[in-house]
Design a protein around this ligand. Structure first.
Ligand code: HEC
Length: 281
């Protein structure tokens, strides 16, 4: 009885699967998916990016993070905020309390506030507990200044995109003119007025103008040569940190956990031997 019932349930599953397969195939035949630029050879996958923080035991390189912060400060912060990061978090990448105070105090974009006497909207200087502000008062202002695109908050960007750090690095270094061959195949991806061709961006055209354009755009204090490639790497490394400041700590739990598990395996094996000691196989 139970056996018959089980067979019936099994047969029902087979029928349902067969039905679904039939309609999927049927759909593909009658309405094949239009070729899309995103799945075509023209849309590029992120380049390789070697960072100290890669891998299971990777650690942050504070010097690189500080360089990346400098790129964010001098270039990206003109359009992007870091709402999940506060100035005092910078102490974790090696800045002293006094340095953090000075950085906050001199930050060009101030915090929105109100004038205590008139109640009018005003701004005030940043303090270490403030988060990195957006340069735009609101989304409408942000879009108005950026060809109707809103520069996203970058705090979690390296987690929000597939292959995040490599994607950011590739996007920043990947602007290139569109090839005639591609335009022959995909006419409608031709860069519209005000956008910029970039094969790493999902739609192939991005509203962000190339932010890193020339060597020496920032001057590194540690003597590293500020090539476009280096600046792009450094700011990507920095954005890995903003998205997961505790990465080094999390990675450092790895070894103790493995050692603990090994000891545990050994104990379990001992207990097993002990329990079955008198039993003949
Ligand atoms: C002039 C303003 C401007 C500057 C400067 C700028 N960006 Fe952008 N950024 C934008 C805009 C606008 C968008 C939204 C683009 C879109 O949706 O087409 C954007 C989007 C992005 C994205 C998201 C892309 C995606 O997949 O959605 C990343 C990552 C990014 N910017 C990183 C940076 C970094 C890093 C810097 C500094 C090196 C920087 N940006 C400097 C305006 C700017």
């Amino acid at each position: 009885m139970v056996r018959n019932l089980a067979m019936l349930v099994g047969a029902a599953f087979v029928v349902v699967l067969g039905w679904a397969l039939f309609w999927t195939v049927q759909g593909q035949i009658t309405d094949p998916a239009a070729p899309s630029i995103e799945t075509s050879e023209w849309h590029k996958h992120p380049k390789e990016l070697e960072l100290e923080s890669n891998g299971v035991f990777g650690k942050f390189d504070n010097r690189q993070l500080q360089r990346g912060f400098q790129v964010f400060k001098e270039v990206c912060s003109a359009c992007h905020s870091l709402h999940h990061v506060s100035f005092r978090d910078l102490q974790k990448i090696g800045y002293s309390e006094a340095q953090v105070k000075a950085i906050a105090n001199q930050w060009v974009i101030e915090q929105p506030s109100i004038n205590p006497d008139t109640g009018e909207p005003a701004t005030r200087k940043n303090v270490p507990s403030d988060h990195f502000p957006s340069p735009f008062a609101n989304e409408i202002a942000a879009r108005a200044a950026n060809n109707n695109a809103n520069p996203p908050d970058l705090s979690l960007m390296t987690k929000a995109r597939h292959d995040g750090p490599a994607y950011v690095y590739s996007l920043l270094t990947g602007y290139e003119p569109q090839s005639a061959e591609m335009l022959k195949e995909f006419k409608d991806v031709k860069t519209p007025e005000g956008l910029h061709a970039n094969p790493y961006f999902a739609t192939m055209n991005i509203a962000m103008p190339p932010p890193l354009t020339s060597e020496g755009q920032v001057t590194y204090l540690d003597g590293t040569k500020p090539t476009v490639d280096q600046m792009a790497k450094d700011v990507s490394a920095f954005l890995v940190w903003t998205a997961e400041p505790n990465l080094t700590a999390r990675h450092s739990y790895g070894w103790p956990v493995i050692i603990f598990l090994l000891i545990f395996v050994f104990l379990a094996w001992g207990a097993y031997q002990n329990v079955w000691r008198n039993v003949k196989h």
